[in-house]
Design a protein around this ligand. Structure first.
Ligand SMILES: *[C@@H]1O[C@H](CO)[C@@H](O)[C@H](O)[C@H]1NC(C)=O
Ligand SMILES: *[C@@H]1O[C@H](CO)[C@@H](O)[C@H](O)[C@H]1NC(C)=O
Ligand SMILES: *[C@@H]1O[C@H](CO)[C@@H](O)[C@H](O)[C@H]1NC(C)=O
Length: 380
């Protein structure tokens, strides 16, 4: 894949330099993390009640945990890297754990969860495979909170030092896209999804949240699942990286509305810090410059490591974790883990980018640089 211009190459060099030259250990910024979201952040809620879920089977987890943990990747997720960078332990899933485990926060994210409540999606003919939408997760938080702090003023100070992560909305579009509904129809959902995310943020702020990290959508047009489902002989549908243009534009449309809404929330709540985690902008470089970032060129960017065959190694009849699928030898050579979720290596790239963009002012200690930083920079 050729770089289109010397300026984009220079831009990449600068980004890589920034990402890999800074430390990733950020201590003392927050004392806990409360996380709301979907499979991009679920560290074990879904599999607590759904043992048959694909993310409950090896090779899920094989790279880092040596066993499946319910994380939908071969290893750590973005939220894990953020917790580690903040000097915190991995955030325990809410389901199946006890209050005493939640000293450094709790993770309410559920794989498959939507921002919109499942009943309203189903009313529109969009089947949803979990009821634990954003509103349900917020309810869990409200219910749990009194047990985490013994007085209202203690709660306020605990929440003031906490980082709230909200990363949801992708599934609101995934379900109808997989049903074959067209993006024009699905676009009508976007303002409602943004509205739900916004009202959740407002509720969290009312409860005492001060620091929030709100994630946008990934470049979904580069995911093997969509590349397979919407495969086309019309080359105009693809960008130079081989991603589906219309789906990436859709993700950017969601992200644009989300950022507008976050601006509005910042104006209404000037005492808070609302950070936009720009997954799209950080992740798109994985597809534009895979080789330079350590992935195996175009095939490592657009085909899944774990899957059951096909051009993009994504096969609905042989999904990763189930019979008929195979796993590549080195997941870190691939961006996509299972066609829908990314590998630990790709998540590490995204997390590092988010941390560098978002938490510069809170970096208080230089512990270590990300491995192979020098070789990456000099190889460009
Ligand atoms: C996984 O196994 C490797 C190699 O045996 C080991 O170094 C690593 O600590 C293990 N990871 C965990 C989380 O147990
Ligand atoms: C969602 O909730 C409805 C109503 O309580 C229930 O019938 C359905 O089985 C639930 N679905 C899932 C996937 O949990
Ligand atoms: C998809 O998986 C099924 C079941 O394992 C298999 O029969 C089929 O050949 C696979 N398709 C491709 C394109 O590899």
């Amino acid at each position: 894949m050729a770089l289109t211009s010397s300026s984009s190459c220079l831009q990449l060099v600068i980004i890589v330099f920034l990402l890999f030259h800074q430390t990733t250990e950020i201590l003392g910024c927050y004392t806990s993390i409360f996380s709301f979201g979907d499979s991009l952040a679920d560290t074990g809620n879904r599999v607590y009640y759904d043992a048959d879920n694909q993310c409950n089977h090896l090779p899920y987890g094989k790279t880092f945990f040596n066993q499946s943990t319910g994380r939908c990747s071969d290893g750590r997720l973005i939220i894990d890297f953020i917790a580690q960078a903040l000097g915190l332990s991995f955030i325990p899933p809410y389901l199946g754990h006890h209050n005493q485990d939640f000293k450094q926060g709790v993770n309410f994210a559920v794989a498959g969860a939507t921002a919109l409540d499942s009943a309203s999606l189903e009313k529109r003919g969009i089947p949803v495979d979990t009821n634990y939408s954003l509103e349900v997760q917020l309810g869990w938080f409200k219910q749990l909170l009194p047990s985490l702090c013994d007085s209202p003023s203690n709660c306020r100070s605990m929440l003031k030092n906490a980082l709230f992560f909200v990363g949801i909305g992708g599934n609101d579009y995934n379900y109808p896209l997989w049903e074959g509904k067209d993006t024009q129809e699905i676009q009508t959902l976007v303002p409602e999804v943004i509205n739900d995310i916004s009202s959740t943020i407002t509720t969290l702020i009312d409860e005492g949240a001060v620091s929030l990290l709100v994630a946008g959508d990934l470049p979904i047009g580069c995911l093997p699942s969509y590349l397979t489902t919407f495969e086309s002989t019309n080359l105009d549908n693809y960008d130079p990286s081989g991603c589906l243009k219309s789906l990436n534009e859709f993700a950017q449309f969601h992200n644009h509305l989300l950022q507008n809404e976050l601006n509005r929330l910042r104006e209404n709540h000037p005492h808070t810090t609302i950070i936009y985690a720009d997954y799209y902008t950080v992740a798109i470089d994985l597809y534009r410059f895979p080789k330079q970032l350590g992935f195996k060129g175009t095939s490592g960017a657009l085909t899944s490591c774990c899957g059951g065959g096909g051009i993009y190694n994504y096969n609905l009849s042989a999904k990763c974790g189930f019979g008929g699928s195979t796993c590549c030898d080195d997941p870190s050579s691939h961006v996509s883990w299972d066609g829908v979720h990314l590998t630990e290596a790709a998540y590490k790239w995204v997390a590092t980018g988010i941390l560098e963009r978002s938490f510069m002012s809170c970096i208080s200690s230089k512990q270590h640089t990300v491995d192979h930083s020098i070789s990456l920079v000099s190889s460009l």
